[in-house]
Design a protein around this ligand. Structure first.
Ligand code: HMG
Ligand code: MG
Length: 283
């Protein structure tokens, strides 16, 4: 049976946008529950400015407080050298740099142009390599941008090429505002897959329009086998107006199982984690 990997991003992408400052202990409890579900990678932290994203200010405490399971890589976002230093000090197992395929979102999210962001990432990439830390890359707004409208697939391919050249082991392609369709995803992937084979890419789809699972299916058809998702469909991005939750882990799990793939995940634990995530949201 062919395997599809779900990269759980709930504790980071899921929680970063919550208005209520969620106590660190609750975040740790969610991660500890998820650690037993069979994930190989869980994104739990983000070393960004606490003024920009207050919810992630306790990332070091989360990494210090969790019980690390064997075989699980605990990941953190690192937008710059300061973020990387935080991630290394907190013993994140891997890091991610995050850029955008659209200028409007780049400016709104990380306060610089795409070209400037690539310059900023270069020393992060070099230092991560020197520290032996695997580095993932994100590209936001791969089909649609809340500021600039439709994204040119060639632009996504260009950013993917740059991030791969910097040493990212995988590029996660973000439909940040959940406006993609199977058609627009397929067109974008045709451009991106000119820069690397399918094993270098992952789909990261928000479910604003309820099409995320259909977009997962269109992505599977192009050979990609990794998808980011958040238990309970938590999430959004504070700098992407209208961005709703990440596609729910349970939904992606059920869709790919129905299509005949294996995920290696424990569905009962996913249900428990989704319930906990919803409870955290409700406060
Ligand atoms: P800036 O203002 O251009 O940078 O922000 P700066 O270097 O001038 O620093 C400004 C302030 O932030 C300074 O503090 C720095 O010390 C501090 P002040 O002097 O004002 O007190 N600072 C930091 N603090 C902690 N950790 C750091 C750090 N760096 C600077 N690493 C910056 C640039 C990138 C820092 C800022 O724009 C930022 O933090 N942005 C983060 C936005 C964010 O986290 N967005 C959500 C994640 S991306 C996402 O969700 C999309 C994704 O899911 C994929 C998808 O769905 O598309 C990944
Ligand atoms: Mg996201």
């Amino acid at each position: 049976m062919e395997y599809v990997e779900i990269f759980e991003v709930g504790p980071r992408d899921g929680l970063q946008n919550e208005k209520r400052q969620i106590p660190t202990a609750e975040k740790i409890a969610l991660v500890d529950l998820l650690s037993g579900a069979g994930f190989k990678r869980i994104e739990v932290a983000s070393f960004v400015s606490p003024k920009w994203v207050p919810q992630m200010a306790d990332s070091a405490d989360v990494l210090a407080g969790i019980t690390r399971a064997d075989g699980v890589s605990y990941a953190a976002l690192t937008p710059n050298m300061r973020g990387l230093e935080g991630a290394i000090a907190a013993k994140a197992d891997e890091i991610a740099i995050f850029g955008s395929a659209s200028e409007g979102f780049s400016k709104a999210n990380i306060n610089c142009t795409i070209a400037e962001s690539l310059e900023r990432f270069q020393p992060v990439a070099e230092a991560a390599k020197a520290a032996g830390l695997p580095m993932r890359g994100y590209i936001s707004c791969v089909t649609d941008c809340p500021y600039d409208g439709k994204t040119d697939p060639a632009q996504v391919a260009w950013v993917a090429k740059e991030l791969l050249a910097m040493g990212c082991y995988e590029i996660s392609l973000g439909d940040t505002i959940g406006q993609a369709t199977p058609d627009s995803i397929s067109t974008m992937l045709d451009a991106v897959l000119g820069e690397g084979d399918a094993s270098k890419f992952a789909g990261h789809y928000h479910d604003t329009s309820g099409r995320a699972c259909d977009n997962v299916e269109a992505t599977l058809a192009k050979g990609i086998r990794v998808f980011d998702a958040a238990v309970g469909g938590l999430g959004g991005c504070p700098y992407a107006p209208g961005a709703q939750g990440n596609v729910a882990t349970e939904a992606v799990h059920d869709r790919v199982i129905a299509l005949g793939y294996a995920t290696g995940l424990d569905r009962d634990i996913l249900d428990k984690a989704a319930a906990l995530a919803r409870q955290m949201r409700a406060g």
